[in-house]
Write a protein that binds this ligand. Structure first.
Ligand code: NAP
Length: 227
């Protein structure tokens, strides 16, 4: 069976992606929280799948290179991300760096570690989880939306760079997902569920060989009225 590595798999969207893919791929689940990853691996093996829990801070370039460079991975889902929604005048340098380090730099580190193997095998699929804020600016999103705009440029440039070498690259841009992300509480019925994003990833991966879904914009069917 092929292998899919998912970053940010300990909870939220990444966990749901791992669960959606677990009957078609052996999963390598990456995040910092060993205990949450082990709970996911236990869940997946109870349903007959295979999941390796790999605790790793993906903003640590040397650690990523050590842990991932020798892995043969067919599918990489770059999902881990953080959202600190704040006016620029109030954002600290540390908050800025934390977002850029995870949302952008770490996506490069993980891709850089796994892409050479895909190119050597002439097959692979990289799915990057962007955001609709990578297209539509939002108030307080100068940094977050900025990183997600950069994810669009990174992903679509990479797609053009490697598609003739047998590696497919796709971008999924969700709207609001009910994970408690960016300090929003959980439980909003109008938001997308993490499982819906997981199904979208699966759909993108299951296309026939001649087809590449390069971009998906996935938004809630209706938006909660603020009135
Ligand atoms: N929720 C939304 O409304 C929404 C909308 C559009 C796009 N997105 C995007 O979807 C992705 C996932 O969002 P989410 O809502 O699922 O977020 P989440 O619930 O906060 O989960 C984030 C994941 O990233 C992991 N992570 C954080 N820092 C890490 C690090 N340094 N190294 C490795 N893993 C790290 C976390 O695990 P640990 O803490 O265990 O490391 C967790 O598994 C993000 O890229 C986000 O921008 C979310």
């Amino acid at each position: 069976m092929s292998t899919a590595l998912i970053t940010g798999a300990s909870h939220g969207i990444g966990r749901a992606i791992a669960q959606q893919l677990a009957d078609g791929w052996n999963i390598v689940a990456v995040a910092r929280s060993q205990s949450e990853l082990e709970a996911l691996a236990h869940d997946i093996s109870a349903r007959g799948g295979r999941c390796r829990a790999l605790a790793l801070d993906i903003t640590d370039h040397a650690a990523v290179s050590r842990a991932l460079s020798s892995l043969d991975v067919d599918v990489l889902v770059n999902n881990a991300g953080i959202g600190i929604i704040k006016p620029v005048a109030e954002m600290s340098v540390e908050e800025w760096r934390t977002q850029v380090a995870l949302n952008l730099d770490a996506m490069f580190y993980v891709t850089r570690a796994l892409l050479p193997g895909m190119l050597a095998r002439k097959r692979g699929h990289i799915v990057n989880i962007g955001s609709l804020t990578g297209r539509n600016p939002i108030v307080g999103g100068a940094c977050y939306s900025g990183t997600k705009h950069a994810v669009v440029g990174f992903t679509e440039s990479l797609m053009l760079e490697v598609r003739d070498a047998g590696v497919r690259v796709s971008l999924i841009m969700p709207g609001s997902v009910d994970t408690g992300f960016a300090g929003h509480g959980k439980g909003a019925p109008w938001k997308l569920t993490p499982e819906t994003v997981g199904r979208a990833v699966r759909y993108v991966l299951e296309q026939t060989d001649e087809a590449l879904i390069s971009r998906v914009e996935l938004r809630p069917a209706r938006v909660e009225s603020s009135k």
